[in-house]
Design a protein around this ligand. Sequence first.
Ligand code: GUN
Length: 283
Amino acid sequence: MATIISGKEVAAKVRAEIKKDCEALDEMGITPGLAVIIVGDDPASRVYVNNKKKACEEVGFVSEEYALPAETTQEELLALIHRLNGKPDIDGILCQLPLPKHLDEKAVINAIDPTKDVDAFHPSNVGKIMIGDYDFLPCTPAGVMELIHSAGIEVSGKNCVVIGRSNIVGKPMAMLLLHENGTVTICHSRTKNLKEICAAADILVAAVGKPKFVKADMVKEGAVVLDVGINRDENGKLCGDVDFDEVAPKASFITPVPGGVGPMTIAMLMKNTLKAAKLQNNL
Ligand code: GUN
């Protein structure tokens, strides 16, 4: 049976460290500030945004929420971002995705000042990650790496397989594993022999967005399995991309859903916001 890597515990430790750093900044008269933009009333986005605000409060940051109606125009959204770019008490800006269909996500990401881009979605930050010279790491892949480190797992030389090629998770995840000298394969919807490729992985990261997609026959005995998915199963219960009950007995380490990668994503957002506050203040 696998050792369960508790993202809940690791994230609490990370937040405690950030809180300590924040207290030191406070003595210099600096309070990190995060602006969170949410457009429309997607219930999942609402939960994520509430959790982000709660985390800010816990570590001692100021958070400002900008809840805009679903019919907000592109011009209105861009005007808000430009205003926040120039707002000195705001160090980080996050626009919760997905946006309503009439809005141009790419243009919105491009409008955020890269030094305040705590999601690390701006092309300039994505490019910096590619060459291994970055200020911010994307929150979910960075959270997965922290979980790997917390369990004392060595990446160098390992066969790493990432299922999913999104700009938010799959692609940057592969890059971070590569930075630590993993041999990385990215699988996606057109991949042939998916089962065989996954079953050869020492480290398997599932970021497909399909409930219980990874079954026991896709996992090597003793593999490390990291589950990025947040889905609902047929009974409406929260579940990951990995069929936990089937896979856990085969894996050496596994992350649960909930309580695995999810809390880490938010902890990494706090880490990026702290970094942004230091950058804005030339520290
Ligand atoms: N939607 C799903 N994940 C994320 C994330 O990490 N950041 C933002 N801004 N939106 C998301």
